[in-house]
Design a protein around this ligand. Structure first.
Ligand code: DQA
Length: 147
């Protein structure tokens, strides 16, 4: 099985962007963390990041039929994007929504997600370690060992 890890706007700046909120790991560090967790569970990985809503929608379309599960941090689009929600329904694989920060402890506009009610799971406020937890969860849901 193969999973994809998709990151939205401003997450290309991880490591230097508001390190007090998002930590000091870079996106490359996060992707390596995901790759290692996935390969340990027998899962292949594909990685994508874009600052553009349409590019994320296009990429989710490209993934149709190509993956078995998804980790997505749609970043700010989480709180605004019907289009990404709809594309996730087109994709039709289990996905885990990740937020590095505890969005519920922040501004009220971050408390709403257009994705959570159709997600297989949601991980918030666990730092960049949350991505690893998400991969582990997908491995349990779709992994080669069938657990
Ligand atoms: C985020 C939380 C969002 O509210 C914010 O817009 C982000 C990152 C997180 O990972 O904590 O860009 O998704």
């Amino acid at each position: 099985p193969t999973i994809a890890v998709v990151n939205g706007p401003n997450l290309d700046r991880l490591g230097t962007r508001e390190p007090g909120v998002y930590g000091t790991e870079t996106l490359a560090d996060v992707e390596k963390r995901c790759h290692d967790a996935a390969s340990g569970a027998g899962l292949g990985t594909r990685f994508f990041q874009s600052n553009s809503e349409g590019a994320i929608v296009d990429h989710l379309h490209d993934l149709v039929g190509a993956i078995d599960g998804l980790v997505i941090n749609a970043a700010a689009y989480t709180h605004t994007s019907v289009a990404i929600r709809d594309a996730l329904q087109v994709l039709d694989v289990p996905f885990v929504e990740v937020h590095i920060s505890n969005v519920h402890a922040r501004e009220s506009f971050r408390h709403t997600s257009y994705l959570s009610d159709i997600a297989a799971g949601v991980i918030v406020g666990c730092g960049t370690q949350g991505y690893e937890f998400a991969v582990q969860r997908l491995a349990a849901l779709i992994g080669a060992d069938g657990s």
